[in-house]
Design a protein around this ligand. Sequence first.
Ligand SMILES: Nc1ncnc2c1ncn2[C@@H]1O[C@H](COP(=O)(O)OP(=O)(O)OP(=O)(O)O)[C@@H](O)[C@H]1O
Length: 249
Amino acid sequence: MTLLLDRVTFSHRRWVRPVLNRLTYEVPGQGLTILLGPNGAGKSTTMALLAGTVLPKAGRVVFSGSDLTSASRAYRRHVAWLPQRVPTSRQLTAREYVAYVAWLKGESRSRAWERAEAALDRVGLAEETGRKTARLSGGQLRRVGIACALAHDARVILLDEPTAGLDPHQRTVFRDVLREIAAQTPVLMSTHDIVDLADEADTVALMDGGRVLHHGDTRSFLTHAAPEAVPARRAESAYTALIHPNASR
Ligand SMILES: Nc1ncnc2c1ncn2[C@@H]1O[C@H](COP(=O)(O)OP(=O)(O)OP(=O)(O)O)[C@@H](O)[C@H]1O
């Protein structure tokens, strides 16, 4: 699997300065990559382009050798994509919604139901499968979104801030699930939870102002931490050093 942005330029509105300007970035073909960066850095935009839900104004998004503009339909079956706002249909139950997404991604009807059940169980929502999504809390809804990403055989998984709104126990559950899935399928996830997740990641990418400032394994990321940073603060320290190189630490 190769998935990359090739000199991509993108702006949300015409005549507005592009959020991304000739950005080239390749998603690692295995393991967990976390995408870090301050608010407005361009993480969600990058992920939406990689998911094929928006198209570049210039440049190409390439999946396994094919340009996404011509192969988007086929590609959507191969990508699991969790946007920041989980786009549920309020009248459907959690199980119906996850099964529907799995069916859209190419699972047979019966298999979609089975996979929905299993995925909801995996994210700790076994008791809530029959509840209407309109009646779920924000954190539960986020877990429904994660279940959607798990309910079909994707070749790449893109998760935009999946841990936002999860309680501490659910974060731990999610980390375990993430470790399992990233062992089989490459995962790119944006997050602000660096303390929780830097140690779990195989690769750390850091964006600011629409540019990738750092891309490398976790160890190379942590070398940017201040020498005096205690272990629990090393990831934050490395982040600050890369984003604000001139700030005193
Ligand atoms: N729908 C939109 N219309 C106009 N501008 C947008 C839209 N979505 C994002 N932007 C702008 O694009 C830039 C990048 O936003 P993006 O959401 O990609 O950043 P982000 O790194 O994901 O931020 P956050 O951590 O806050 O989620 C920001 O300046 C933002 O204001």
